[in-house]
Design a protein around this ligand. Structure first.
Ligand code: ZN
Length: 228
């Protein structure tokens, strides 16, 4: 029971993600790209997203304009958020052939009301970020089945250059735990660059390859959120 790993990459770094396609193919990894701002995408970016989707990767939804949830809800309320940041953008995704089955919360923010409304619209909801993990109980974020509320919190980072990345020793311990328990875990990332260019919300291609190598060596399948 070696488990499943869902690597997720957020926002709209389409050109760099496309450049990383050979890395995913080398490990037969299928990942999830969580897209915001699709309405601002260039024709080249939309073409890139279709290419990633044809490769078998998932194009998921990450709100329309990526607002801060608490401020938005205070100013406009839940119904306004659902109309403008969820349903409107979902329609834009679907009009371009992207099914919007999974939702990734911007800034890892959610409330019981947003989670409930999202569960009526999506198959999977990616919620809390890796920084809020209980270090003594990482296994709480390894799932044996999709919870009834459809919410999966992130176990760790796929941004290996992130200042809060716990390091490779810890990262490999997480993979050991996934393989031992046979569960599913989600890692969150953003950009994938050709090489390291200092700190930031990204991984270099070689770092993604190292993570995939570690997963594959343990028999862990790297699948999209919709296949979690
Ligand atoms: Zn984001």
């Amino acid at each position: 029971m070696p488990g499943k790993l869902c690597l997720t990459f957020d926002d709209l770094f389409v050109n760099n993600w496309c450049a990383a396609r050979p890395v995913f193919d080398a490990y037969e990894a299928r990942v999830t790209f969580c897209i915001s701002h699709l309405h601002t995408a260039t024709p080249e970016q939309i073409k890139g997203l279709h290419l990633l989707q044809r490769d078998g990767h998932e194009i998921a939804y990450h709100t329309r304009t990526h607002p801060r949830l608490d401020q938005y809800l205070k100013r406009h309320g839940l119904e306004h958020w659902l109309e403008h940041e969820v349903d409107r953008g979902v329609a834009e995704h679907r009009a371009l052939g992207f099914p919007a089955r999974s939702f990734a919360c911007p800034f890892h923010a959610s409330t019981s009301e947003t989670r409930k409304a999202l569960a009526e619209r999506f198959e999977v909801i990616r919620t809390d970020g890796p920084r809020s993990i209980d270090p003594d109980n990482p296994g709480a974020r390894i799932y044996q089945e999709l919870p009834a509320n459809k919410c999966l919190a992130n176990l760790s980072f796929a941004d290996m250059q992130h200042k809060a990345f716990p390091g490779w020793k810890r990262q490999m311990e997480f993979l050991d735990l996934i393989a031992e328990t046979g569960g599913t875990a989600v890692f969150v990332g953003h950009d994938i660059r050709a090489r390291k260019t200092g700190p930031g919300f990204y991984s270099a291609q070689k770092q993604v390859a190292r993570l995939l190598e570690g997963a594959v060596a343990r028999g862990i399948s790297v699948v999209s959120l919709q296949d979690a």
